[in-house]
Design a protein around this ligand. Structure first.
Ligand SMILES: [Fe+2]
Length: 164
């Protein structure tokens, strides 16, 4: 699944079922804090609905499996939410490799500047590169959505080239 300039499925970074379960177990031990939108960005100081654990303890295989994206990254994190409360673009990063750890069906909606829906990324437990400079939002969900993410301060298109 692919949407030019918004998201790209990256099969070489799929998790096996064992890896997914192990990361779920690590995230359950992690300390989460409310993500606060940084000053100098739109909506500064608000929480967008995400709880994050930045550069958490992860199993050693993560550093081998994600060697290239980690070399390009500014951080990796566990992130969880039950939907978002603000339609937003990310202030602290441009793109991310996003791995859904919980296997529930959940989507991330992307919008243009006129708030028209462009597309929905349905994660389905797979791995996607996503362009966080495109406005996005998640409808409230009944269950927690758990993610492992690698964050880049490089544009989506540059990371696409590196991960080819
Ligand atoms: Fe975001």
């Amino acid at each position: 699944m692919k949407r030019d300039n918004i998201f790209l499925e990256v099969p070489k970074y799929y998790l096996t079922e064992n890896e997914r379960q192990e990361l779920m177990s690590y995230q359950s031990q992690a300390t989460y804090t409310e993500f606060e939108i940084p000053a100098e960005f739109e909506l500064e100081g608000l929480n967008d609905g995400n709880l994050v654990s930045i550069n958490p303890h992860v199993p050693d295989w993560v550093f081998d499996k994600f060697k290239l994206p980690l070399e390009l990254s500014i951080s990796y994190l566990f992130l969880k939410n039950t939907g978002l409360n603000i339609k937003h673009t990310d202030g602290h990063r441009q793109s991310s490799l996003t791995v859904l750890l919980s296997n529930n069906e959940t989507g991330t909606d992307f919008y243009n500047e006129k708030d028209e829906l462009l597309t929905t990324l349905v994660h389905n437990g797979n791995t996607f590169l996503q362009n966080n400079k495109v406005r996005h939002y998640v409808e409230p969900t009944k269950v927690w959505r758990y993610f492992f993410q690698i964050s880049f301060d490089l544009p989506f298109n540059i990371i696409v080239e590196h991960l080819k």
